[in-house]
Design a protein around this ligand. Structure first.
Ligand SMILES: Nc1nc2c(ncn2[C@@H]2O[C@H](COP(=O)(O)OP(=O)(O)OP(=O)(O)O)[C@@H](O)[C@H]2O)c(=O)[nH]1
Ligand SMILES: [Mg+2]
Length: 336
């Protein structure tokens, strides 16, 4: 499943809701020149029907457009709790729901009054009372509408990550070549999607792997530009959410240090991220095309296995693909 919030409805502000409903009502039943008592009555009834139903529908559709937050995939749940005050959002959606019910009752009352009215002046007063009651009700939940608006905008812009396929998280410090690698590994063009706490947006690419199915590569741009212990709680959570994506991770390193970070710094982040992502991490050394003696000497700092590649020339990529496939196959086998 992709972003479960991608279709949430963002309500207009309280003022706009009222304004557009009243306008719609008057457009729908405009005044004709010669007005008989009965046609005036049906006109006002139609106006009130239109006005109340418009708002009722808007509020209901907004409330219904939200998934049950406790049931969304943990990756998205984690990000939701990180980005919005979920209790407040629930309360606000509850207020919108309550208001839509209240509007139905007011509409019924107003229409009953209109049916009983015996002159046009009275009808006009009843209709104006209807407008006033609608306004005061909507203004009363002004803050809740505002909160739903704000949350909706944030949640809608979460990245579309397919939580039903396996993921390969491509982690690494800035400029180590993550984006270049994802472009190499994906078939088709990877997509850039917004992600909390990075202005760069995550790059998401796809690839069908024989015997495994669709795999998505997910970038971590700008998320790892310094050691994790220098980060605030929220930034950490944004990274930690990725642990809920099933699959493996690649940690890309640049032993030439042309990325601007020493290999030692990169190793520190690697060790931190290992504990964090809770999935197998394959170490990938990039920029092999420009390794010099210094790089090779640095590489001796590394303990454990690694795959050497050049995202620029493509050297080592097919070997990396084999490693990734066997890692994922292993995961699938263990799951069964
Ligand atoms: N020589 C060489 N340069 C590379 C290689 N891979 C990436 N680069 C260069 O390194 C720079 C950074 O590459 P990106 O792919 O943008 O790195 P990134 O990790 O996505 O960077 P951020 O998105 O900033 O975190 C670019 O100038 C690339 O051209 C490689 O294998 N060899
Ligand atoms: Mg990048």
């Amino acid at each position: 499943m992709l972003n479960p919030f991608s279709k949430v409805k963002i309500p207009q502000s309280a003022d706009k809701i009222i304004d557009s409903a009243v306008r719609r009502a008057f457009r729908k039943a405009s005044k004709k020149k010669k007005v008989l008592l009965e046609s005036a009555r049906s006109r006002e009834i139609l106006r009130m029907e239109t006005m109340f139903s418009t708002v009722y529908r808007k509020l209901k559709l907004t409330v219904r457009s939200y998934p049950n937050i406790s049931k969304v995939h943990p990756f998205y749940r984690e990000l939701t709790f990180l980005l919005v005050d979920v209790d407040r959002l629930r309360h606000s959606l509850g207020a919108l729901d309550w208001a839509s019910g209240a509007l139905r009752n007011i509409k019924r009352e107003i229409i009953t009054e209109l049916r009983r009215a015996d002159n046009m002046e009275e009808m006009r007063k009843i209709r104006n009372r209807g407008i006033a009651r609608l306004s005061s009700l909507i203004n009363r939940i002004d803050e809740e509408i505002e909160y739903v608006r704000r949350s909706g905008k944030v949640l809608r812009s979460l990245p579309n990550v397919d939580t039903g396929s396996l993921s390969v998280i491509v982690a690494g410090m800035p400029n180590t070549g993550k984006s270049s690698l994802i472009r190499r590994l994906s078939s088709g063009n990877p997509e850039v999607a917004p992600y909390p706490f990075t202005t760069k947006g995550v790059l998401i690419g796809h690839r069908d792997i024989v015997g495994i199915g669709r795999v998505q590569y997910v970038d971590t741009p700008g998320l790892l530009d310094r050691p994790l212990n220098d980060r605030n709680e929220m930034e950490l959570q944004a990274i930690a959410a990725m642990k809920y994506l099933e699959g493996a991770a690649l940690f890309l390193m640049d032993p030439t240090e042309s990325c601007g970070f020493t290999l030692k710094e990169q190793i520190e982040v690697l060790n931190e991220i290992r504990g964090f992502l809770e999935k197998p991490v394959l170490v990938v050394l990039n920029k092999k095309d420009i390794w010099d003696d210094y790089s090779k000497e640095r590489i001796r700092l590394l303990k454990g296995n690694f795959v050497a590649i050049s995202a620029l020339t493509g050297e080592g990529i097919s070997n990396l693909e084999k490693e990734v496939s066997s890692l994922l196959r292993h995961l699938i086998k263990n799951k069964r």
